[in-house]
Design a protein around this ligand. Structure first.
Ligand SMILES: [Zn+2]
Length: 275
């Protein structure tokens, strides 16, 4: 690899620990990023050079501070580390500032209070993420939220519910112009339910103005649901969201277990299936 490809200013892509042994220097960031460099007496000069990359820096002047006989080796190491994305181009700021979170929280109850406390309040605007928090089994309101979001200019939306009482849900982030949607998820729940007719009855009851009272849910589990929702909303705004953004998370109050599940499009969903 040619050193010409290395940008003028670089920095570490992650906060690396710099470990040394005789003739060995290791860079370790978490469990996934580990690089081992080996050469005679490497540990005597390389760690100092590498520690410069903890902040964005121009690397050529650093090279010139080394004795001449080290230049070629240091150049090869910098080129290799850039090629392996250990070093990345400096952006003029460090650490990079995340883009502001734009989330509109709907719903009432303790779950919505927690999520409102966790994400900064914004006005409805193009590109926001909408979140509906529920502490009841009001599927009619959830389906209405889904339809409104599909018609809006929201970048995505999700549903957080402790309505089932024994478990809480944080849905995947749904996107416009594509399935699955929240309607698909609720239809899949209904299909798997031993009493699917109760879904219809609850929807009819709510649409007729009937009351569905909120259910109790352990406070730490509410914290967990709100934290998961916030995490998904933040990740969904990134260029490469985590895979978990598109999974359903289920928190069981009995076992305290959190599981994730794929969300499938329902080909007969009246909300997102092409007619
Ligand atoms: Zn759908």
């Amino acid at each position: 690899m040619n050193a010409e490809i290395v940008p003028k200013r670089v920095r570490f892509a992650f906060p690396f620990a710099i470990l040394t042994k005789p003739d060995t220097v290791r860079l370790v960031a978490g469990e996934e990023f580990r690089y081992t460099l080996r050469s005679l007496s490497l540990e005597q000069w390389l760690p100092q050079l590498l520690s410069s990359f903890e902040r964005e820096v121009e690397w050529r002047p650093l090279l010139n501070q080394l004795p001449c006989e080290r230049h070629q080796q240091a150049l090869e190491i910098i080129t290799r580390l850039y090629g392996e994305r250990v070093l990345m181009e400096g952006t003029g700021e460090y650490p990079p500032t995340p883009s502001p979170l734009r989330c509109v929280v709907e719903g009432s109850g303790k779950l919505s209070e927690r999520l409102r406390g966790a994400v900064p309040a914004v006005l409805r605007s193009a590109g926001h993420v909408a979140a509906l928090c529920q502490d009841t089994l009001d599927y009619a309101a959830a389906l209405d939220f889904n339809r409104r979001c599909r018609r809006s200019d929201a970048a995505g939306w999700l549903w957080i519910s402790c309505g089932p009482m024994g478990r809480g849900f944080v849905s995947s982030v749904f996107r416009p112009h594509a399935g699955p949607c929240l309607g698909c998820l609720i239809r899949n729940f209904q299909r798997l339910s031993p009493a699917p007719e109760i879904y219809e009855h609850l929807i009819e009851h709510s649409c007729a103005g009937g009351e569905i009272p909120p259910v109790p849910f352990p406070a730490p589990a509410l914290d967990l649901l709100a934290a998961l929702a916030r995490w998904k909303i933040e990740s969904s705004a990134q260029t490469e969201p985590s895979v978990g953004v598109y999974r359903l998370h289920v928190v069981e109050t009995d076992t305290m277990e959190c599981t994730t599940h794929r969300v499938f499009r329902d080909p007969h969903c009246p909300d997102c299936s092409p007619r």
